[in-house]
Design a protein around this ligand. Sequence first.
Ligand code: ADP
Ligand code: MG
Length: 398
Amino acid sequence: MKSVSDLGDLTGMRVLIRCDLNVPLDGETITDDGRIRASLPTLKELRDSGARVIVLAHLGRPKGQVNPKYSLAPVAKRLSELLDAEVNLASDVVGESARDVAARLSDGDVGMLENVRYEPGEESKDESARGALADRYAALGDVFVSDGFGVVHRKQASVYDIATRLPHAAGKLVEAELEVLRQLTEMPASPYVVALGGAKVSDKLAVIANLIKTADTLVIGGGMAFTFLAAQGYEVGKSLLEQDQIERVRGYLNAAAAGGKQIVLPSDIVVAPEVSADAAPTVVSADAIPADQFGLDVGPDSARVFAGVIRKAKTVFWNGPMGVAEWQSFAAGTRAVAQAATEIDGLSVIGGGDTAAAVRDLGFRDDEFGHISTGGGASLEYLEGKTLPGLAVLDDGV
Ligand code: ADP
Ligand code: MG
């Protein structure tokens, strides 16, 4: 895989760069700008080398339609502040405005296209639809730099197809993320503990088959825990549950037992009668979740046990909040796990947009952890041993 420095003299060159700037927004206010900050090193490198930089990025899921709610305007503004330079945002993705923004760039300038997911071709399963869009991206630039680590597991026009049309390289963020993931897959120091939580349960359950082989201990919290508790025959009330995954999860529990691996599940749960910030929380035993309640965090005993397991690890990978950490009443499990991850004598890696936002929101600093990955899904798929299309396409020796 080439680095930016392998692309030769970039002075005056139009460099298209895919970044992952998909930040959480509250209205037009960015609540965690971590992904924008993580994109700065490559953008600065490109500016310093005299390139004319054109940023491609997405925000949310506009599903192929122009929708001002998903405009990159707040992102362009924040990027401009952080770079201390003007960032000209086109009003379209590959239309007249995009061509105009690209044409007006001077050496070292940065421009941005509107949300690439406004274009139906971006996420299309149809290769020719993606290709047609990629052709229009490619017409705007001379080379392509892939730095949106959080999207490299997606076969999308601005991630994958564009790289087949232009000379290309990996940016610094993609390189840094890969370096850490290699440490996790090539002989991680033992004990290696993987903690999983969050809400994208079926996506994440798929990873476990592989993690059971590499990790020593799996800690399961968040929405995912309830499918495990159900697999053990417990009632989970109105909590998140993937009914059709229960058999699979039973298989994991058996595989772990047979392989001498530990799967640590919550022994108590913080429940509430409704899913809201000010719902009254109660702690119940994991085998006594009332039928009319939602499990919204792991309980205090579970938090203590989880933290103890993590603290003793030499390698930790954590994805997914242990509860609805956005709300004070249901954040204690996530706080305990985050605290323990800061205390380990070894490598701690946190992945996932919501997980990263949660730990920052709880007051932890990035440098208290070994690495905060910008990509949840991408990191998990890498750890699963899958080929990530956006990386494979860079690694073609061209
Ligand atoms: P990440 O973005 O870090 O990969 P996910 O997107 O999978 O994580 O999950 C994050 C979301 O999971 C958060 O918004 C959080 O509120 C939610 N969550 C965590 N635990 C629960 C639970 N027990 N019930 C419902 N939602 C939960
Ligand atoms: Mg998420």
